[in-house]
Design a protein. Structure first.
Ligand code: GDP
Ligand code: MG
Length: 329
């Protein structure tokens, strides 16, 4: 394994896609030996000196996230970038996954030597996507990728988690979404830096204009972001390639400004602490609930609480008691 790790590190640093794919498999693995090899590899590679732009792309399924990433990816390649795409795939198991899904959707991008596309499971060994996605981003950077897109599944926790990994978060909307749906998206709207109205194939259509006006109005009601910028809205058509260069300009400009202000560096520092704590909490939970006694106490408490909902605290105490007995024995 040791020699394997060294060889892999060398090949990865040369930008070999097979080495990168293998390394990502290691950090995502449920197999403790592979997982350990993955950490060893990351330690060996160390922090990369060049910083990549980490761009999260969020939005409901079908909004055109993958199509948009393909269009943006090709644009950034033209600008001299190497583009990695990590698409969070809920159906992907840790061992493999539905690689076909997004690769076929990004056929033109995946044919390019400057691009690397990889579906990533939405849950790691210890739950949540942030820890392993974050490590996969580090690996992409070590392999020389200068922009990393992280595409979420557009539902649930992955949306909030991706904000911990990305420097810039883009929310993809489509014309004609009702107020109700926009409301659901409020949580993610508060985290994003740019809102893209995709499928604006005809930017002058009344539906596009209405949706854009609605988004701009909604932005006014959002609290200010930590970096003090207002969220911008932009209509594009990923399919027709409209507005893609403007969007790419905005991404580059925002990133450069935030980097110059030191915001990228400090927010990455903050975020990695959160990720570490999430990782640790999940690891602790996994370890504590390994014991059959604790599992038994946990099941008993779950049963008790379902019958006596007011006994939340005593039930917690009961399990805690068993945990401390186990850790002292
Ligand atoms: N008309 C139109 N269709 C689009 C546009 N972008 C994506 N689509 C289509 O929307 C569907 C879903 O796109 P996809 O990128 O897979 O969405 P995702 O689930 O958000 O990744 C596909 O059939 C795309 O061809 C666009 O700008 N205009
Ligand atoms: Mg997609």
């Amino acid at each position: 394994m040791e020699a394997d790790i060294l060889t892999l590190a060398e090949n990865l640093k040369k930008g070999d896609p097979a080495a990168l794919a293998r390394a990502i498999t290691w950090v995502e693995s449920h197999n403790p030996a592979k997982r350990k090899a993955g950490s060893e590899l990351l330690r060996l590679l160390g922090p990369t000196k060049t910083s990549s732009m980490r761009v999260g792309i969020s939005g409901i399924p079908g909004a055109g996230k993958s199509t948009l990433i393909e269009a943006l990816g090709l644009e950034f390649i033209q600008r001299g970038h190497k583009v990695a795409v990590l698409s969070i795939d809920p159906s992907s198991t840790i061992s493999g996954g539905s690689i076909l899904g997004d690769k076929t959707r990004m056929a033109r991008l995946s044919n390019r030597a400057e691009a690397f596309i990889r579906p990533s499971p939405s849950r790691s060994v210890f739950g949540g996507l942030a820890p392993h996605t974050c490590e996969s981003v580090f690996l992409c950077e070590a392999a020389g990728f200068s922009i990393v897109f992280i595409e979420t599944v557009g539902t649930g926790q992955s949306e909030a988690d991706v904000a911990y990994v990305a420097d810039i978060l883009i929310l993809v909307n489509v014309p004609g979404q009702g107020d109700e749906l926009q409301g659901i998206k409020r949580g993610i709207m508060e985290l994003c830096d740019l809102i893209v109205l995709n499928k604006a194939d005809d930017e002058n259509s009344s539906e596009v204009q209405r949706s854009l006006a609605y988004i701009k109005q909604a932005i006014n009601y959002l609290p200010a972001r930590a970096h003090g910028r207002t969220i911008e809205a932009l209509a594009v058509s990923a399919l027709k390639g409209k507005g893609i260069n403007i969007l790419a300009d905005k991404i580059e400009k925002t990133f450069k400004e935030l980097e110059t202000e030191g915001y990228i560096f400090s927010s990455r520092q903050q975020k990695i602490k959160f990720i570490f704590l999430q990782y640790l909490r999940n690891a602790l939970w996994a370890q504590l609930t390994q014991s059959a006694h604790v599992q038994h106490a946990l099941n008993r408490a779950l049963e008790r609480i379902s019958e006596n909902p007011t006994e939340l605290y005593p039930c917690v105490e009961e399990v805690m008691l068993m945990i401390s007995k186990k850790s002292n024995s």
